[in-house]
Design a protein around this ligand. Structure first.
Ligand SMILES: C[S@@+](CC[C@H](N)C(=O)[O-])C[C@H]1O[C@@H](n2cnc3c(N)ncnc32)[C@H](O)[C@@H]1O
Length: 124
């Protein structure tokens, strides 16, 4: 592959199995919440952060094995905990640019501006 663009789960923010409980129920899917990366139920303390970094870096290393040298891995993340510098080093990528993306909150219920980072990384 030439590249991959992804929006990974964040650390300690959402329990996706809970959020999509109806889908698991309707489709009869196996509940594998213990495998969820960054689950809110695991918290957002230092232990959760290091587990998150190790797990996400492992996913990225696996994805990178399918990407050609010089290809790109583009990651959209609200990196409030400032973990993505370490994750890039652990995944072995070279940072090319970081673009700040303004998120347009469609419901208008949340006050304040919200930005996400778009990390553009290159496989060396
Ligand atoms: C920010 S969402 C992005 C979803 C998707 N890219 C999209 O745009 O619809 C992060 C996703 O990562 C999934 N996820 C969390 N842990 C995972 C794991 N261990 N294996 C596979 N997916 C996981 C969550 O269920 C969630 O759907």
């Amino acid at each position: 592959m030439d590249g991959l663009i992804t929006s990974p789960p964040y650390v300690g923010l959402i329990d996706y199995h809970e959020q999509h409980a109806y889908a698991y129920h309707l489709l009869g899917l196996e509940d594998r919440r213990h495998r969820e990366i960054g689950a809110a139920s695991a918290g957002s303390g230092k232990k959760a952060e290091s587990a998150y970094k190790a797990d996400i870096a492992e996913v990225f290393r696996k994805a990178l094995s399918a990407i050609r040298s010089g290809g790109r891995l583009i990651v959209i993340a609200a990196d409030n905990a400032n973990l993505y510098g370490d994750i890039a080093a652990m995944a072995g990528v070279v940072g090319e640019a970081t673009v700040m993306r303004h998120v347009n909150r469609r419901t208008g219920r949340c006050s304040g501006e919200f930005y996400e980072s778009v990390f553009i990384w290159r496989k060396s």
